[in-house]
Design a protein around this ligand. Structure first.
Ligand code: C2E
Ligand code: MG
Ligand code: MG
Length: 578
């Protein structure tokens, strides 16, 4: 028979702070002696259960609580946990003095005296108060997982909302952490579902040990769990969690090993609402899986925001395509020695209804390496072919260069599609279309690039290497690639008169191109001084603001008419070219 040693609410030997905490704590606190007989309960206990201290003194907690049938724990297991770890936590059903039963969470820790002997137990009984009152009476299956007795997704959704409200009010941290057991389906396949179920219960039990007061562990799917942590957690915490999961579980005499992948998001740093918070934690968990499993990943709101902006930009770009807001502008290319206009380069523009005419730098990065790049590339080829046909009708016979992105060039069926587009304009000779490819595109997958370029050549298409000098083309590649023009990148040309390194690069490229007998064109020719210097080095083909800025197609006939009268540029013909 239990003989309680003290019969007052607050332990007599407690100091003032401890007394206040005991008296004013929100959670029901129960202190039992070494035999687990109640010696103290606090006012929160009375508020929760309706029992006065005198009703429970000397009795074991069984008088007002019992293990929840659905918690997966047994009395033996609880006792074993207490002996082995010194604490346990389990779902319980507690009885109110009016006879009603309610779901609660009991967390018990054994307290040892200076000699290491068990002297007390301290228990916290939480009434899962954040479950809305009207929900408490609802059938347990609606809110709790049958196997582990943990809150299910339905309840978790409410708990997250409550936790967020609480965090807003208290400024306390909230971490939402999703856990997914790695390769759990294999456990079921190899050992059978029964062993799988025992493992899941053991897993849940193990994680519960690492939780504090009002932390929540929920099971939201087969092997998917969610933790709500209401306190500061750092990387060490998650490492400890992973380490605990890694420890073998003894099941039916077998030692079984598990690992899990964790995804975490922090509220309010991640300002998302409710289920979005859970989705972000899940996203992070998938990253942890991608990074090899058995580790954790923390959701980065800033990175996510950038992705979202990217997505919106892409969406807007799709609309631009549908609403016909894209334009091609054309920039002339000339032979400075003869004065002849040798072609034009088609450059994409977006006639944005609010932002005006946008340059490619404003929108191409958002679609880089997506299917939209291929879609745009096909639109550009078609628009250029259409323009060629129009100009031809008014007697303008100028080859048009179009820029082809690496993704597009290396896409499947590139040459076949190109053939189809050419077939739509039978009046346009394929030799009038030139494709500018970046040297980096060719280097990315040299064999595919060579194959595609070879097939395009048989269609009568010619190639230019764009932005030459910015990649890392080796001489071998330069020799291999079937190109009819090398375009020296404008960044070197622009500063060649003031920067000795840039001048050296321009000189080398011109030298190299001459040795391989590749025609070359200098981009970014802004002034006559640039033009003269380039000619002196042996480069006569040029494109740049000094000659003409990119212009809408309807402006080209007038520019063509005026070009021969540009005396300053015509005078270049007298410069000797080596
Ligand atoms: P790029 O192919 O090297 O085109 C030359 C760029 O240099 C053009 O910029 C042109 O306006 C600019 N430029 C020409 N002369 C001068 C000059 O004297 N000084 C200066 N500072 N700049 C000059 P833009 O039109 O903004 O295009 C930039 C890049 O965007 C192009 O570089 C090309 O890589 C890409 N791009 C343009 N149109 C398309 C397209 O239809 N498809 C794809 N995939 N990329 C395109
Ligand atoms: Mg180009
Ligand atoms: Mg270029």
């Amino acid at each position: 028979m239990c003989q309680p040693t003290l019969r007052c609410q607050v332990p007599k030997d407690a100091d003032a702070v401890t007394r206040t905490v005991f008296e004013q704590a929100n959670e029901a606190l129960i202190i039992t002696d070494a035999h687990n007989c109640v010696t103290h309960v606090n006012p929160a206990f009375t508020r929760l259960t309706g029992f006065l201290p005198a009703d429970v003194y000397g009795k074991t907690p069984d008088a007002f609580s019992c293990l929840a049938q659905d918690s997966g724990a047994s009395a033996a297991l609880v006792q074993e946990e207490l002996t082995q770890y010194g604490h346990y936590k389990s779902r319980v059903t507690y009885r109110h003095c009016d006879g009603e039963f309610y779901p609660g969470l009991m967390s018990v820790r054994g307290v040892r005296n200076a000699h290491g002997e068990l002297s007390h137990h301290v228990a916290v009984l939480a009434d899962l108060s954040i479950i809305p009152a009207q929900a408490r009476h609802l059938s347990r299956e609606v809110y709790f997982d049958a196997l582990t007795g943990l809150p299910n997704l339905q309840l978790l959704t409410q708990l997250i909302q409550e936790s967020m409200n609480h965090a807003d009010r208290s400024g306390q941290a909230l971490a939402v952490c999703t856990l997914d057991i790695d390769f759990f389906s294999r456990v079921n396949d190899v050992f059978g579902r029964d062993v799988g179920d025992v493992m899941l219960s053991g897993f849940a039990q193990r994680i519960s040990h690492l939780l504090f007061g009002d932390d929540v562990l929920a099971r939201v799917g087969g092997d998917e769990f969610v933790l709500l942590l209401h306190h500061e957690v750092d990387d060490d915490f998650f490492q400890r969690l992973l380490a605990a999961i890694r420890r073998p579980l003894m099941i039916e005499g077998r030692s079984l090993h598990l690992s899990a992948s964790l995804g975490v998001t922090f509220y309010p740093q991640d300002g998302a609402q409710g289920d979005v918070l859970l989705r972000h934690a899940n996203q992070a968990m998938y990253r942890a899986k991608q990074r090899g499993r058995d580790n954790f990943h923390i959701f980065d709101p800033e990175h996510d925001r950038q992705l979202q902006v990217r997505n919106e930009q892409r969406q807007r770009f799709i609309e631009a395509r549908e609403q016909d807001e894209l334009r091609l502008h054309y920039q002339p290319q000339v032979d400075m020695q003869s004065g002849e206009v040798i072609g034009v380069e088609a450059l994409i523009r977006w006639q944005h209804p609010e932002q005006g005419l946008l340059s490619p730098a404003a929108f191409l990065p958002a679609i880089e390496a997506t299917w939209l790049e291929v879609d745009l590339g096909e639109w550009v080829i078609n628009a250029a072919l259409q323009q060629l046909a129009c100009w031809q009708q008014v007697g303008i016979q100028l080859p048009v260069s179009v820029n082809i992105s690496p993704t597009h060039l290396l896409a499947e069926h590139f040459s076949q599609r190109l053939g189809e587009f050419l077939a739509r304009y039978p009046g346009v000779s394929p030799s009038m279309l030139k494709l500018e490819v970046l040297e980096s595109a060719a280097l990315h997958d040299i064999q595919t690039a060579l194959d595609t370029m070879g097939r395009c050549q048989t269609l009568g298409i010619r190639f230019a290497i764009d932005d030459f000098g910015t990649g890392f083309s080796s001489l071998t590649h330069l020799r291999q690639l079937p190109v009819s023009l090398i375009k020296i990148d404008q960044s070197f040309v622009r500063d060649m008169l003031t920067d000795r390194d840039d001048m050296a690069i321009v000189e080398s490229v011109i030298y190299m191109a001459n040795r391989f007998r590749h025609p070359m064109l200098a981009e970014g020719v802004e002034t006559l001084c640039h033009a003269k210097a380039l000619m002196a080095l042996g480069c006569t083909l040029a494109q740049g603001y000094g000659i003409a800025r990119p212009m809408p197609p309807e402006a080209l006939p007038r520019w063509l008419a005026e070009w021969p009268a540009r005396n300053d540029w015509n005078a270049l013909a007298s410069i000797p070219v080596p």
